[in-house]
Design a protein around this ligand. Sequence first.
Ligand code: TXA
Ligand code: MG
Length: 349
Amino acid sequence: METKVITIDHKNIDETVLQEAGRIIKEGGLVAFPTETVYGLGGDALNKESSRKIYEAKGRPSDNPLIVHISNMEDLNSIVEEVPEDVYRLAEAFWPGPLTIIMKKSTLVPKETTGGLDTVAVRMPSHPVALKFIEYAGGYVAAPSANVSGRPSPTRAKYVIEDMSGRIDMILDGDGIDIGLESTIVDMTGEIPMILRPGYITLDMLQKVLGEVSTDKTILDINCKDAPKAPGMRYRHYAPKGQLTIVEGDVAKTIDKINELTMQAHIKGKKVGIIGTEETRKQYVGDSVKSVGKRSDEESIARTLYAILREFDDEGVTVIYSESFSECSMGQAIMNRLLKAAGHQIIYV
Ligand code: TXA
Ligand code: MG
């Protein structure tokens, strides 16, 4: 299949392009599009054949449910059994934006889209291209991150092209992917709202709106053997090709340890990549030392992390060492993704 790649200026949107993209979705095709978190791989959420195609294009297990993206509140009613009062409050506070809300699904949503579950994950993204595209696509766009299953989510169009060329109908290259990590997921079907995936919208922010909120214990305790409640969090995700190890502890000791490990790896003939920060990168000695952002600015780290993991792949790095980061506010989402990328390999200093 030939994949059409179209650049779109999110500050000056060419609506004819989005009309065409919308038509592709309505006809059962697939279109990758930018959102404020990561690129999405979109298909018609109400068409089970489209969902089947999404799983196939990603190489994703079909028991891993998709997020349904909407563009306005009126459209929410028909895909859920009912909209709980608290969901209106969440939407008021965080939609459009990087929050995905799990509710009981209505019969309109096929089980193929929800991985066989009776619940549906819904998000209204804030990216202007995404919102307009969803409208033209008929209102309901199922979209996982636009990467091949197991690879880091794409935050740049070139990585979508790398993973999806030849597999889907169109890629919208749109810029403005400002957050860089996938949305926060909150489950509103239980007695107490529960975070299933940490992201830009933090526990604190949710508690201010909802009162009591819990967090899936598999996120807080990396040794917990229970199955995570979001099926997608079970898989080894976000994996770079090189073997990633996180070094955690005092920053000065971390730098010493990473330099020591790098020397040992060099002796074995490995190509080493290092994930440092603006504050520390000059103190490392690896083949490929990269700054992921400022230690003092978590948002800068979130924005760059996935792109760096992909750059290491491109450079043929075989071993990667990373600093660890504070788990304050967005830091929890950063460490959650980094630990997954590392297959939980961590050295304490
Ligand atoms: O930021 C995002 O959320 C991006 C952009 C494209 O919107 N999308 C994204 O989708 O990250 P995906 O498919 O890569 O991750 C969706 C996660 C998976 O872990 C999946 O298991 C979980 O959401 N999920 C979806 N529906 C669910 C449901 N009904 N119950 C529990 N978890 C669900
Ligand atoms: Mg994903």
